[in-house]
Ligand binder design. Structure first.
Ligand SMILES: CC(C)(COP(=O)(O)OP(=O)(O)OC[C@H]1O[C@@H](n2cnc3c(N)ncnc32)[C@H](O)[C@@H]1OP(=O)(O)O)[C@@H](O)C(=O)NCCC(=O)NCCS
Length: 197
């Protein structure tokens, strides 16, 4: 596993009004199983961009960013604090949605890998987590490939399509992340060459 992302066509960036136009042209559809929880509020993203509320500040434990692949807007990631005790030291829980046409091309894996690196670089949290429906195999694989560890099942935690469903919880700690980064850079030093040579 590596967090070296310089050759990727995927990047995270702030939202633009052009993204809102694409987002509005691709509304969540009722047959999109893991992505429809009722009709969304029209124009919500545009209002967040216009007001500036959408833009996370460095250190924010909540926020959202747009995902771009090969220069095109393809979806977004968002995150919020998850509190596990009385002391103010939250974890971050994140989510992701890609436009249907952008799925199954490796972009979701890469975007989540980038988000983990971004959040460890710009916030002080120790734990980053994401949960997904037990039937959402694409997201489970993407989270595993992005370096998160499957920790367990949250029974009946998720209401979707009129019923309670189990979710799988994944997480990566700052210690896991640093260890993976060290291992990746040690491997580069040991081999002594890169693919570009
Ligand atoms: C879930 C999501 C972010 C995954 O991103 P993606 O770019 O489509 O996934 P990737 O192309 O990176 O593929 C990741 C893995 O899932 C597998 N996969 C992709 N689509 C799949 C599908 N429909 N069914 C089963 N596996 C699938 C891929 O083969 C890959 O696994 P592999 O390396 O073992 O082959 C994206 O599909 C999406 O936005 N879905 C709708 C919203 C959603 O479910 N969000 C998460 C809610 S918690």
């Amino acid at each position: 596993m590596t967090y070296d992302t310089t050759e990727s066509s995927v990047r995270l960036r702030q939202y633009t009004l052009e993204d809102c136009t694409i987002h509005e042209a691709n509304p969540d559809a009722p047959d999109d199983r893991f992505n429809f929880f009722g009709f969304p509020v029209p124009g919500r993203l545009r209002r967040l961009v216009e007001s500036g509320e959408v833009f996370p500040k460095p250190g924010d434990v909540h926020g959202r960013l747009a995902i771009e692949a090969d220069g095109d807007y393809i979806g977004g990631v968002s995150w919020h604090p998850e509190h596990y005790g009385p002391i103010q030291a939250p974890a971050i829980n994140f989510g992701i949605t890609l436009l249907p046409k952008a799925r199954g091309k490796g972009y979701g894996t890469e975007a989540q890998r980038l988000l983990v690196a971004y959040l460890f670089a710009t916030t002080t949290v120790f734990r980053i987590e994401a949960a997904t429906d037990v039937e959402n195999i694409a997201e489970q694989r993407a989270l595993e490939k992005a370096g998160l560890l499957r920790e367990g099942v949250l029974r009946g935690s998720h209401y979707r399509e009129g019923t309670y469903n189990d979710m799988v919880i994944y997480a990566i700690t700052r210690a896991d992340f640093e260890a993976a980064r060290k291992a990746a850079s040690a491997a580069k030093v040991t081999t002594g060459f890169s693919a570009s040579r």
